[in-house]
Design a protein around this ligand. Structure first.
Ligand code: SF4
Ligand code: SF4
Ligand code: SF4
Length: 187
């Protein structure tokens, strides 16, 4: 083999190896990107940063690289955490206590109107003036004001007041999320 043939053969071999490696790297990138994309598609896309990453795409990337747990996106909730876990091979089980801390649902008094005789005892006992009504007519509780102290429940002679839990929504979402995470890790 002449020196020229040797050089040509070596060049072709090196070119072939280089081409193979670049193809391999493209395939790996594509696979990673599609995993990231699937994870990102499960996230809400509001880029609020509560997960500690600058946006949903960054969190999805961290998940794909197994650098973050699946339960950091609080707006998405436990169901999405489970789905993220299924994609990255992490078993996430729903945790009601965690949800309670996240939403801190308020418990307030509720008067069953048909049983209320309008005696006014609850209204007089309420420390924050949350009960409205006139004597001999049905009384009602203002849930915005009620602090859930139970005074009215213990006072009502008709036993027609009970405690209810207000629905979870943005008004009672615990935005101070890092306190919740710390509480969780202390439990
Ligand atoms: S907390 Fe959820 S919605 Fe907010 S940026 Fe992170 S992944 Fe996106
Ligand atoms: S629970 Fe307490 S604050 Fe709420 S209405 Fe009854 S007495 Fe008032
Ligand atoms: S104490 Fe009971 S019966 Fe009397 S006004 Fe209040 S809710 Fe009605």
């Amino acid at each position: 083999m002449s020196a020229l043939d040797f050089i040509i053969q070596m060049s072709l071999t090196l070119f072939g190896v280089g081409f193979f490696l670049s193809l391999l790297s493209t395939l790996v990138d594509k696979k990673t990107n599609s995993a990231e994309k699937r994870l990102e598609n499960l996230l809400p896309g509001i880029n609020c940063g509560q997960c500690g990453y600058p946006g949903c795409a960054s969190y999805a990337k961290a998940l794909a690289n197994k650098e973050a747990p699946v339960n950091l996106c609080k707006p998405a909730g436990a169901e999405v955490a489970k789905q993220l876990g299924a994609l990255v091979g992490e078993n996430y089980t729903n945790d009601d206590d965690f949800e309670e801390q996240l939403f801190a649902p308020r418990k307030v008094a509720y008067i069953h109107e048909t049983q209320c005789t309008g005696c006014g005892k609850c209204k007089r006992k309420c420390p924050v003036d949350a009960i409205a009504g006139v004597i001999k007519e049905t009384h009602i509780v203002d849930h915005e004001i009620c602090i859930g102290c139970d005074e009215c429940i213990n006072t009502c002679p008709e036993k027609c007041i009970e405690k209810i839990t207000l629905e979870r929504d943005l008004s009672n979402f615990n935005w101070n999320i890092y306190n919740v995470i710390q509480n969780k890790s202390r439990n």
